[in-house]
Write a protein of this length. Sequence first.
Length: 265
Amino acid sequence: MPHVKHNGVNIYYESYGKGFPIVFLHPFSTNGNIWHFQTFNFARTHQCVIIDERGHGRSDKPQQGYAIPEMAADVLAVLDELHIDKAVFVGNSIGGILTMQINLDAPHRVVGNVIISSGTNLGAGFPPGAMAAFQQDLVGAFSGLMDNAVGSRTKRERPEVLDLIKGYFLAEQNFPQRVFLTAAGDPNGLFNWNITARLKDIRKPTIVFAGEDDQATPVASNKLLADNIPGAQLRVLNGIGHFYEIERPDDFSRDLRQFVTQVAT
């Protein structure tokens, strides 16, 4: 299985197809398989790079090291391994956060950004006691979060999507619970990472997708990104939650192809 070692951590990746590269970065607690509906579709015309972020899937799960800049550097190490100079980055949730960090650290590697259900300074929006609840009953608290993250229409018409998302989290080999707690406690980790003042420095073409039903990263969190990233578009999706790429994969693939065609020609 292909891995690249970055600062002693093995990062798993897959690469399919030829053409202008698209890098897919998955949500927290899942892995690169979440892009299944896009990977082989887009691989007919593009090089599709799918990465399991550290702490997830087939990548190493170190005890520490979950600061967002370190995780973003893992992604760049994969691109170096594949001799990819520039790419379109597609990120959902923490994947969107990593995409934004890459724009700040290595803007010359970025052609465009597709950000799905993401944000910055996410911990500030948590209700009082939320982090204590995660500490006391992580499985119960996270399951409740996911119940509120998947769209109501999706839960009604495609209940397997919620089962899949919970399954990623509950499979200890895919995502150890200690990774959640370590990342949550990191001063520059998922919930504490705050680049609000630097969003203006992201200068590449960007589209932000926000699900109306997403209570994990609500529309306001995504609107903050679009309002402060110069020229960014915001698309608010009716009946969709946190996971556009699997809740309505055909619609997302259409939107992604349109964006890639615009920026990568």
